[in-house]
Design a protein around this ligand. Sequence first.
Ligand code: GDP
Length: 440
Amino acid sequence: HDVKALKVDDAPLPKSKNLNVLSEYEKSKSKKTASFVVVGHVDAGKSTMMGRLLLDLGVVDQRTVDKLRKEAEKIGKSSFALAWVLDQRTEERARGVTIDIATNRFETDSTIFTILDAPGHRDFIPNMIAGASQADFAILVIDAGVGAFESGLKGQTREHSLLIRSMGVARVIVAVNKLDTVDWSKERFDEITHQVTGFLTATGFQSKNVSFVPVSGLTGDNLVRRATDPAASWYQGPTLVDELESSEPTTRALNKPLRMSISEVFKTMPSPTTVSGRIDAGSLQVGDALLVQPSGEKAYVKSMLVDEEPADWAVAGQNAILHLSNIDPIHLRVGDIICDPTHPIQCLDSFTLKALAFDFLMPMPVDVHRGRIHAAGTIEAIPAILDKVTGSVTKKKPKIVKPASVARLVVKLSTKLPLEAGQRVVLRSGGETVAAGLLE
Ligand code: GDP
């Protein structure tokens, strides 16, 4: 009720500079931004590799790593030190330094990256789905060790690949890891490249969107700097960071109507009408009129911050903090969508989803998750089972969908949510993810 007691901010409308935001963006030469998830079988070396990458990029310092290594040695597990670097960062987040999933950031000369998930945790799948629902690309980590690759491919590698593909992630950088354990065998690397290419294309990835780098996450070879081991000299291609930097952000939808999902509403400071979030599509500038869905209320941009700096405008892919005016804060909630009032997002209580099934699906109640919002719903009908790669109908009106198949589902919601084609949606039941996919 504190919030309700506050008066609606009905200050005079903020003045627009009427900038051409897209040309401002071109001129600004601001760094590219790209978000990714790290996936792969347990023990493939995901945390070790990310820890080492952040160390070699100078995001975390050697002192932190040394301290962690000492602690790890005490319990006889020195190689855990790097894996703990990431956990350290996660703890910081838990203490409230940053709250947004989208603030696990690091920069190279050309690009600002966001790691959408800290890997290596037990509850990896739900985290990964949240991450994959925003990712531009994925790093797939594969253990090149003898036998490990084969068992991994049957295990989570397959599950994770299907999942990111069904969530609309198109590009994969495969880190063929632990090559130090097989003396940097080129044959091993080639064999894995061949098999994984076959497997990923069968999962629906285009081979031009898949690249491979031989690395050792433990020693840092071919992550930021080239491998020093002479046995690795056969590889002169891009390092992992080169590959990360060359990732063209998937069509950023700069020209599309504005869509920004609210990830945080600041309760009091600096004002009760301050929100933060990621701009999913389009652009905005100070003075713009906005529409907040599902409430359908109008607001204006009084001022804004982009990457913690005051800014006149922001574009898709950026995280922004908006100070709004002329709106009552009761209309601003986490998960709401801020959009262009001339091209608003619709609020729907029924939609069609092209989804990958993780469990048996039939007409049944489900929790529908889209970004940070969720609502109760039901799978009302299953019009078709689809081919995983081509998307063509293989069976009409099945009674049931088996795990790992792709199906078209009609979902009904108990309440209207702002939804539109192309959004990534997750269905859960009894605390488990049962399906994930794209709104049609
Ligand atoms: P995750 O479960 O995928 O996050 O895997 P971890 O990062 O926890 O690594 C699992 C184990 O593999 C640990 O004992 C690491 O020390 C080891 N490991 C990770 N990367 C490498 C590597 O490049 N070379 C070698 N030899 N061991 C590695």
